[in-house]
Write a protein that binds this ligand. Sequence first.
Ligand SMILES: [Cu+2]
Length: 174
Amino acid sequence: MTQKDILIIFLVLSAIWTGIWLKVILSIPNIQAEEEVTANANTLRRRLAFPMIATLIVLLTAVLYWSPYPIFRERTIGKPQVTVNVDSFQWGWVLDTKEIPLNKVVEFNVSSRDVNHGFAIYNPEGRLVTQTQAMPGYVNQLIFKFDEPGEYTIRCLEYCGVSHHAMIATFTVN
Ligand SMILES: [Cu+2]
């Protein structure tokens, strides 16, 4: 499932939900006694509580399941087969390998020696494919499977000082 599929599901569910609410709003008569309005509103709240909570749970589960956190990523793309350690500093990247195998699940362990950096990977066409934060004192895991060979570029996505723009490294996927 891609981000586009998730967006379509989200839009369809949102449309259904909006439709339900519009129907509810349009079905309320214009002129009512105050007590009657309060009683109707309470009935509506009771009737809508369950579908609303159920929808929230379904949406939250879907969003979390397809999120890039390692615990969910392992379920959606598989257990890591290759580990790459990434260290960063003002202003450069240190990777313990320059060669990454194609079609293998790669786990990047990303950290920083000084300040926050943004570890972003661009494919050979220059499109951003995945990213995470590089933070001092933390190791952030990024799980990704490269399905296209070629030279990938790492750029910093978090402004980190005068040479931030020059914080570029490359690796090869084959
Ligand atoms: Cu930077």
